[in-house]
Design a protein around this ligand. Structure first.
Ligand SMILES: [Zn+2]
Length: 211
């Protein structure tokens, strides 16, 4: 499989190319260009959060622990003295790092559900939902952002498959076919739920004007 540096380099190049194309087509503002570019890069490393101690996973949980500490402080800032706030913030960091992270690592399997096409679609639909209802983006821009998410995600999966091919020996490594999965009988229930969530999202969300 491709390593973190390869993934981030390819994600930056692919996302920059796609963003520049949108800018040349004059369909996005400068601010929107920054959002799309960042989303494309993020999507290019996102699938590896299922790798228990990968760089993106460690970064994600560090960020989550800081965010949860901030959230706890923001919630109780007017009710508790500073020393308690500090204690609560430390507790939140500890809980994320030593309880939530190991729990997440134990339930996710590397190159399991996260390395699949329906996962790419689900993350893309989540962006539409977040854009529309959380950030009040237009329908068209929310879907454009979803395409960047899905595109970056697929670039990652394709790169993993590409690295499964041993070009020198012209053979396939054992990992071939484990990155771009459509369905796996061994975890059929999870896939069924994923496809149901994707179907429900497509059915409920408003479609962009160009469809
Ligand atoms: Zn991967």
């Amino acid at each position: 499989m491709a390593n973190f540096r390869t993934h981030i380099t390819v994600a930056v190049v692919a996302s920059a190319t796609a963003t520049l194309s949108c800018m040349q087509a004059d369909v996005i503002s400068h601010q929107q260009a920054v959002i799309l570019f960042a989303l494309g890069v993020l999507a290019g490393i996102l699938p590896d959060v299922d790798s228990d101690y990968s760089v993106p996973t460690r970064m994600l949980f560090k960020l989550l622990s800081v965010l949860s500490a901030g959230l706890v402080v923001a919630c109780f800032v007017n009710q508790l003295p500073l020393i308690y706030l500090l204690g609560l913030a430390l507790l939140a960091i500890f809980a994320v790092q030593y309880i939530v992270y190991p729990l997440f690592a134990s339930v996710t399997e590397h190159r399991g559900l996260f390395h699949s096409l329906p996962a790419a679609m689900l993350f893309a639909l989540s962006i539409v939902m977040l854009g529309l209802y959380g950030l009040h983006w237009s329908v068209d821009f929310s879907w454009l952002a979803a395409f960047f998410m899905c595109g970056g995600y697929l670039v990652h999966l394709l790169l993993d498959e590409f690295y499964s091919v041993d070009f020198m020996g012209r053979s396939l490594k054992a990992s071939f076919g484990t990155a771009l999965t459509l369905f796996s009988p061994s975890s059929w229930l999870s896939y069924l739920l994923l496809y149901m969530a994707v179907g429900a999202g497509l059915y409920m969300l408003p479609l962009p004007g160009w469809v």
